[in-house]
Design a protein around this ligand. Sequence first.
Ligand code: CTP
Length: 402
Amino acid sequence: MSVLSGKNIILGVTGGIAAYKSSILVRLLVKAGAAVKVIMTPAALEFVTPLTLATLSKNPVHHLFTEEGDTTGVWNNHVELGLWGDLMIIAPATANTMSKMVTGGIDNLLLAVYCSAKCPVYIAPAMDLDMYKHPSTQHSFEKLSSYGNIIIPAGDGELASGLSGKGRMAEPEEILSFIEEDIEKQLPLKGKRVLITAGPTYEPIDPVRFIGNHSSGKMGAALALEAAQLGALVTLIIGPSHVEAVHSNISRTNVMTAQQMYDQVFNHVDKVDIAIFSAAVADYRPQSVADQKIKKKDSTLTIELVKNPDILASVGALKKRPFLVGFALETENELEHAFAKAEKKNCDLLVLNSTRDKGAGFGKDTNKVTIIDRKKQTTVYETKSKQLVAKDILNEIIEKIK
Ligand code: CTP
């Protein structure tokens, strides 16, 4: 999955012959899962039609502060557009537009949006070789870089003038991979390996029955996706669950019982930097599993249960162990129990759920958590979607491992 998936991208198109390649770039960005809004300078309209870019981006294309023929006074709010973007790409960027970006000469919508945007801005210049080499252009590159903009170097080759040299806009595929790589290398969990347990465990009684619980695996899947999006390589060890967690950085292992989860965790735990135990592991399992379906006979049936290994506590007891995050579900004296559990299981962080909170619990799409650390510092979070809770948990982890 591309790091651009789910991102809002403002694509600025200026008036150079390479503008025709913007349509390919829009297609690639949309294919990568980004939402794209295109803004054109008046000069860009001479090279490519707004209709092409609107069709490919599935969004209206803007080039004026008010739309042509508009009598309603409704204007294209450059501040709103600028703040909408998670990142902005200006491709192609002409020498003229770059020089105005340097000096703040705002004479069109694109430049107004550029000056209003707070997001990273990538610039793919395109011009003739002598213009590219000219001190004024080189000055623009220097200045724009010093403002924090990122220049995507132009390529060498045949130019529209018939001359050959540096100045060709990077190909749309090169622009896409340049941006993806640049974002990836800044991800806070880049290079980290994260192990996550999730979902319930099923402890078989006979070939058709089991002891289980209502955990859906949603919280663990949200954590896996979030960690993957932050650049981590994730090993998700999940009990029976239909929840999906699809990302090229996630490797998923399905297990059924606590013992299988324990075995898989110990296959991986010495290779990871962070381990998050969100699974609702069955504390006990039937002592023996019947070979055949148990037939009903007497009015009562007793099943002898034996303790399952405590996976979190076993990892907590290791000499060399990853940064450890446990979960606790409590019904009363929540904080007191959570402090005791964190200490007993040797957790660096403990995520506390209370059954008394309405927005929390098995199967729900929301959760309400309190996170405690080794110093018993507690942070209480509001009820929010499990994806946002996953962000909070990972942010706390990132803060602690810095
Ligand atoms: N856990 C585990 N292996 C177990 C039981 C629990 O890894 N056999 C982990 C859970 O994934 C969770 C944490 O331990 O991160 C807390 O689990 P919880 O069931 O709330 O606590 P218990 O230690 O089982 O205590 P109790 O049920 O008595 O509250």
